[in-house]
Design a protein around this ligand. Structure first.
Ligand SMILES: [Zn+2]
Length: 485
């Protein structure tokens, strides 16, 4: 039998544990298309259909049934909104609406689009001048793409409350809100939350459903459009929204372990259970450490292969079609995956403790968005924004400016760098010896000269970027209006 880790898995899904989590066995099951979740030294989780479960039993695999999904949570006791309670889709919706209404000067609530069953994927923007696109780095926290892992939704709500109630009170938080476009998507898989399922309502694992390398993956936005065929709606909404906003840094939240996991989750042909480093491996280790080192239980987690609460995704277990790899490879958006709690849904009474453990981490990680190099690329003659791919010597991963303002941000560790700017129709430009410190980003504005010989200019395929932005931008600007629902 050959399935697909992404799905679909319609009907009942059996959550199984495999003890011990033999790596060769997991490798074989992954190759057969099983959906494998968290791997610990004691056990691995497998989410299987009835026929997959039967297959495992018939082949003599040592699997134990843990639970059957969907198993809808009881939301009857959570009619009230507030912090420290698990929210339903309805109470989350009214919570975000209330925050947007109470803080109109520094928030904007939008819907990224609707789920399979028509629920909104809400996003709350927190920044000064929330209706104006400013020259500021854009940041996002996204939670609960697995509907049965709801702790991050609650951490997002605590975080929203913390930023809003401390704005104008705490100088550091006021500065962060003034100087950053902070987007929070507390619930990426609302159908899964309501159904009590890891998957979306079509039976797909959203963290296995992004375009993947190398099968249908165009490497990055410079090289062309991603293949949008057959994508799950929740995945498509995250992709189009992320493209429009040129996010610099982000994290997405899960549960089932306590660790900050960084890319790559997969980089074929590198085998599972070995590190799959990105061109920004050292940077990602710093980013994951920024989160983990501020969370005492996470920092203390040194269960192999974790190191001080951090791990390279592929070194832990291979995940193909994951969100963080797509965000980084395709958009140059540095993203990590944070696992918040060992139980997938710990007791509600523990939520304040989880918030105490994650508050400093969520702030410290966000603050990283202001490091490295930043600037604006403009046309020497007209002053109009130019949209180059920006690379650093010795590093193949480009970043791309914001489509509206032409402002760009390149996260970098302290050091001295040569920056390259390549835009279609313009002469390539190099800025040498840019010094980066641990402090605020170094400003490097560039003026680019129109190429006299277009043959010699940047990759022709970059034209696709303009077309993509036009099409997706129109769709997104229609949707980007403040919503009252
Ligand atoms: Zn998860």
């Amino acid at each position: 039998m050959v399935g697909d880790p992404a799905g679909p898995r319609p009907g009942p899904v059996y959550e199984l544990s495999l003890r011990p989590p033999d790596r060769a066995v997991l490798e074989r099951l992954n190759g057969l298309g099983f959906n494998i979740g968290h791997v610990t030294p004691e056990a691995a989780s497998i989410f299987a259909t009835a026929s997959e479960y039967e297959y495992l039993i018939s082949q003599g695999y040592a699997v134990t049934l843990e639970s059957v999904q969907p198993s809808p949570p009881d939301f009857s006791g959570v009619a009230a909104r507030g912090l420290g309670v698990y929210h339903s889709y309805a109470t989350l919706t009214s919570e975000l609406q209330a925050y947007a209404a109470a803080y109109p000067g520094i928030t904007r609530r939008i819907s990224l689009g609707q789920s399979v069953q028509g629920r909104h994927l809400w996003a709350l923007l927190i920044t000064d001048n929330p209706l104006v696109d400013e020259e500021e780095p854009e940041f996002k926290y996204v939670s609960t793409m697995h509907g049965d892992e709801p702790v991050g939704t609650e951490m997002c709500l605590y975080f929203i409350n913390h930023l809003l109630t401390n704005y104008g009170v705490d100088a550091d938080i006021t500065d962060l809100v003034n100087e950053t476009a902070i987007w929070i998507v507390p619930l990426m898989n609302p159908d899964g939350l309501e159904l009590g399922s890891r998957f979306n309502a079509n039976g797909y694992d959203l963290n296995r459903s992004f375009p993947d390398y190398p099968a249908d993956y165009s490497f990055n936005i410079w090289n062309g459009a991603p293949n949008l065929d057959g994508l799950q709606p929740e995945v498509l909404h995250l992709m189009t929204w992320s493209l429009a906003h040129s996010f610099v840094l982000s994290a997405n939240f899960h549960t089932g372990a306590v660790v900050a996991n960084y890319p790559y989750d997969a980089d074929p042909p590198i085998p599972s259970y070995t590190p799959a480093p990105t061109p920004d491996h050292a940077l990602f280790r710093d980013l994951a450490a920024a989160y983990a080192s501020n969370n005492a239980p996470m920092f203390a987690n040194n269960l192999p292969p974790f190191v001080n609460g951090t791990v390279n995704g592929n070194d832990w277990y291979i995940v193909q079609g994951g969100m963080q790899d797509w965000m980084y490879r395709y958009l140059g958006n540095a993203e990590i995956t944070v696992e918040l709690s060992t139980p997938k849904k710990p007791a509600q009474s523990l939520l304040p403790t989880y918030w105490n453990n994650n508050r400093a981490s969520m702030l410290a990680y966000l603050e990283w968005v202001h490091r490295g190099v930043r600037g604006v690329a403009t046309d020497l003659d007209t002053g109009d924004p130019v949209y180059p791919a920006i690379t650093v010597s010795g590093n193949s991963q480009p970043v791309f400016p914001d489509a509206d303002m032409g402002d760009y941000y390149r996260l970098l560790r302290p050091g001295t760098y040569d920056l390259h700017f390549d835009a279609v129709g313009y002469d390539p430009l190099t800025v040498q010896g840019v010094v980066v410190t641990t402090g605020a980003a170094t400003q490097v504005d560039v003026q680019m000269t129109r190429a006299t010989n277009l043959q010699g200019a940047g990759p022709a395929a970059c034209v696709v970027l303009a077309a993509l932005l036009a099409i997706w931008g129109a769709a997104i600007s229609r949707r980007d209006k403040p919503s009252t629902r």
